[in-house]
Design a protein around this ligand. Structure first.
Ligand SMILES: Nc1ncnc2c1ncn2[C@@H]1O[C@H](COP(=O)(O)OP(=O)(O)OP(=O)(O)O)[C@@H](O)[C@H]1O
Ligand SMILES: [Mg+2]
Length: 371
């Protein structure tokens, strides 16, 4: 028969899908009782009594414990963390931060990141936003590249400053129906922005909680290059966010992109897919040039066991439209690059969990610490 410690060990495979950590690490395993006939009873403490994923926990706990030798039955009970325990959990997660409901009306938060710079994150973010719009979704873009922001330019914004609502919330600027927020709206063009850790954290937090994002199907977040502070901060503030990794097709880039994946894993953000960018350039006469190599996106997706959402070719119009401030997807949806990005957008829609059906049982995924 297993010991209590062995049962606890086995339960480390049960991951809270909202907090992205094991229920053992989260101190959510309240009790383990082992009867003499191998009947094991486990009590799990949840953050809310109406926890929508209770059934998921039940199955996962059952299966994990049943896998141990000498166990004949497993019963799973639930109780709810008290206020003190919830506070302890919050501080453990380093998430004393975002108030309940700050992004309650945002269904999906998707971070667009890469291991290195210049691979097309911002271009893809703006074009994915336009593509999601074209699919009838409500979309916001948060430019989290606080040092090298480029979203305002790519969406033709910048002259105008955001207004503040009577409720003292910053109103995002509108770019053809896309709600946009960037530090670039508040500083003079070309001014160098210097951020230190705590300021950075505060600025990002403000962008999430003091901006009137309203009801959005998707909030896309354009990350700065690399795997640094911004990603860590966002991961802490947004445990429900998913991550799309952008890579160029050559094997060397894939190694760099893998670092981004490792970072996402370390901060427990779920990777939803890979987008390969700057894939083959095709001349008007149909000649194909693999300028940045080929196959890297698929190889990375296979390695991470996530879908390749698209392979976006190099096309001149994609670059030109970014410079002109209107996404190519909006001006020429049939361009091969635009088509690939629209394909990726449909992939994101397919991967998104269905919106909560408020009429029946409330299964909404508000911020995880709600309640
Ligand atoms: N598929 C493509 N075809 C042609 N040009 C592209 C393509 N993807 C990106 N570009 C161009 O490459 C340049 C870099 O793209 P972008 O700024 O989107 O990269 P980034 O990853 O956001 O860079 P950074 O790391 O500096 O934030 C831009 O001029 C953009 O227009
Ligand atoms: Mg960028």
């Amino acid at each position: 028969m297993p010991t209590v410690e062995e049962v606890r060990d086995a339960l480390t495979v049960v991951i809270d899908p909202e907090l992205h950590r094991s229920i053992v690490e989260l101190d959510m395993v309240r009790r383990i009782d082992i009867g003499k006939d191998g009947d094991v009873a486990v009590t799990v403490s949840l953050t809310t009594s109406g926890c929508p994923i209770r059934g998921q926990f039940q199955g996962a706990v059952h299966d994990a414990v049943m896998g141990l030798g000498g166990v004949s039955s497993v019963s799973v009970d639930f109780d709810v963390l008290d206020d003190e325990q919830k506070a302890a959990l919050r501080s453990k997660l380093g998430r004393t931060e975002l108030p309940e409901g700050a992004l309650a009306q945002v269904q999906n938060v998707v971070c667009i990141g890469s291991g290195k710079g210049g691979v097309g994150k911002s271009t893809l973010t703006t074009n994915l936003a336009a593509a999601l719009r074209a699919e009838g979704r409500t979309v916001g873009v948060l430019d989290a590249d606080v040092w090298g922001y480029s979203i305002p330019r790519m969406l033709g914004l910048g002259a105008e400053r955001p207004q503040v609502s009577p409720a003292r919330k910053i109103i995002p600027l509108d770019a053809n129906g896309i709600a946009v927020m960037s530090i670039g709206f508040f500083v003079d063009e070309d001014a160098a922005v210097v951020w230190r850790g705590p300021m950075l954290h505060k600025a990002l937090k403000q962008f999430l909680e003091d901006v009137e994002w309203g009801a959005l199907d998707f909030l896309l977040i354009d990350l700065p290059p690399g795997t640094g502070d911004v990603s860590m901060t966002l991961a802490q503030l947004l445990p429900m966010a998913t991550f799309v990794i952008v890579t160029t097709p050559q094997a060397a880039a894939q190694r760099v992109a893998r670092r981004a994946a490792e970072m996402a894993n370390k901060v427990s953000l779920e990777i939803s897919g890979v987008i390969e960018n700057m894939a083959a350039f095709v001349t008007p006469s149909g000649e194909r040039f693999n300028i940045f190599g080929e196959g890297g996106g698929q190889a990375l997706a296979d390695e991470l066991d996530v879908p390749l959402l698209a392979s976006v070719p190099l096309t001149m119009p994609l670059r030109e439209q970014s410079d002109a401030g209107v996404p190519l997807v909006a001006t020429d949806p049939d361009d091969p690059a635009a088509q690939a990005i629209r394909h990726a957008a449909r992939g994101l829609i397919a991967l998104a969990p269905p919106p909560p059906q408020r009429a029946s049982a409330p299964i909404g995924m508000a911020l995880p610490m709600a309640g």
